[in-house]
Ligand binder design. Structure first.
Ligand SMILES: [Cu+2]
Length: 268
């Protein structure tokens, strides 16, 4: 018996137990059995070195998204202006890329990425099948070629970073596992010291934030608080699932250019 059948059985038992109107039961069960959850969606990852793209010679990343019965999932809802978001992070968390593979139809997405070196990488895909939950699928892949010397993951003593002329201060209201936590990024102009008031929406939000634990196992969704303006503050809600060291990447857009600022934090 597969998971979906168990789920249906569970739902029918539940509905039989709860409902005094038997005529409605079947309708609700049918809806529940069709809804796609992460457990009945499978992702196959294919990596092929030596492909050519506009950006150079790179590695093809192909994602096949299917139901657990092998049927491709054909339709996806747009989230933050894209059908699928792919995050690529090196094992030592020093390399980060956020890309949007092209949808080829039939549940297949493809992109060519120029990796900085060989070795292990974490691939993380966020998407929402039409008629299903928002979901995340992750994989480790190992690329041929010489791996780079690992960069140690050390918590930052200073949470002010300067990237491409932008000085960004990160404030975290509460450092603890499993607590509602607010991250505030405050952006000022490096040269003038003036607060930046010209942040542009990036993928339909004031910015995007990705968080990954040191071991690559805990990927944290971060949601921009709605209705934010153009800076200097960008506010996000999140939760660290357990104690440990995490890296946080914030991505913001100014002058039609996206910049990425990263911090390593220790969650007690
Ligand atoms: Cu994206």
């Amino acid at each position: 018996m597969n998971k979906r059948m168990i789920f249906m059985l569970f739902m029918s038992l539940l509905l039989t137990a709860c409902s005094s109107q038997p005529s409605r039961e079947n309708v609700e069960v049918a809806v529940a059995s069709d809804w796609l959850v992460a457990d009945n969606v499978e992702m196959r990852w294919t990596i092929k070195d030596g492909q050519t793209s506009e950006t150079g010679r790179g590695t093809l990343i192909r994602l096949d998204i299917q139901r657990d019965d092998g049927k491709p999932i054909e339709e996806f809802d747009t989230i933050h202006e894209k059908l699928l978001h792919l995050i690529v992070i090196s094992k030592d968390l020093s390399y980060f890329n956020h890309i949007h593979p092209e949808y080829k139809g039939n549940g297949v997405f493809e992109t060519v990425n120029v990796f900085p070196a060989g070795g292990e990488y974490r691939l993380i895909a966020d998407f929402k099948p039409t008629g299903g939950d928002f979901m995340t699928k992750m994989a480790w892949v190992k690329l041929g070629g010489e791996p780079a010397t690992p960069v140690p993951i050390v918590p930052d003593a200073n949470w002010v970073k300067t990237v491409e002329g932008n000085r960004v201060r990160l404030s975290i209201d509460r450092m603890g596992a499993n607590e509602e936590t607010t991250l505030t990024f405050s952006v000022t102009d490096e040269k003038t010291g003036q607060p930046a008031t010209d942040l542009q929406p990036y993928l339909g939000a004031i910015g995007h934030v990705v968080i990954l634990s040191e071991d690559g196992e805990q990927y944290v969704h971060v949601h921009a608080v709605k209705g934010q303006g153009t800076g200097p503050d960008a506010v996000f809600m999140t939760q660290f699932p357990k104690s440990g060291i995490y890296k946080i990447w914030g991505q913001f857009q100014k002058d039609n250019h996206v910049f990425t600022v990263a911090y390593v934090v220790n969650v007690p």
